[in-house]
Design a protein around this ligand. Sequence first.
Ligand SMILES: N[C@@H](CCC[C@H](N)C(=O)O)C(=O)O
Length: 266
Amino acid sequence: MTKFLKMHGLGNDFMLLDAREHPVALTAQQVRNLADRCTGVGFDQLILVEPSETASVKARFWNPDGSEVPSCGNGSRALAVYLGGAASIETAGGPLTSAASGSQAEIDMGPPRWHWEQTLAYPLDTLHLPVSWDELTDPAALSVGNPHIVFEVSDPAAIPLESLGPRIETDPLFPAGINVGIARVDALDRITLRVWERGAGLTRACGTGAVAAVAALQKRGRIGAEVTVTMPGGEVRVRRDESGHLHLAGPAIISFTGEIDLEAFA
Ligand SMILES: N[C@@H](CCC[C@H](N)C(=O)O)C(=O)O
């Protein structure tokens, strides 16, 4: 039996497996089986914690469709709360540092990456992509460890993201797929955001989505350096420091712990 934690950050929920002492190998099918909310544990992302030679720990992330992804902002915050205190985290999306106190965690997500090769199949202006999908126009595309497209809209609740999200996610313009954010600027220090996540669908909150939306709207001069992001599951704070790094802060909670026979889900 393998111990696991079930955690969430604003309702973006995770299964966390700590494999620092006992290695765990996962297949994509196993992740899909574990992600099933009726017959498995159920989660938006799975987090595997492994030993690292360069940081406190190495974190790997999977979406519920079985795809391994380089970065997960809320998952990193959940891991930070699990580790406690200050830590460094090696991820495929780049090195992170974290600071946690109780159920609050802040992650230095590094600088946003705007080069077209980070997100697109061919060169375009990533700050103002000349593309549209129905009422969604003039997006920005960037990587914050994983790829995001961000649209500014007047009413995020009115956008049919459940139908537009999968169309945009799988558009050939994005060779690795893309996470889709729709954001409204409420004030210089406040935005409202919904995210269609690549490989996961609509989630209650997305940490990298919040960071990407803030980075895009900051670069367009629409908001200031410190911003509260309201998502369906609650609020996170994102701030840009003097070096251009973006910091993601907010709560993460351990919902419950358990033991599981991983082989039964192979
Ligand atoms: N919910 C996560 C993002 C998880 C990965 C994303 N779906 C992807 O495929 O890149 C977050 O909080 O960042």
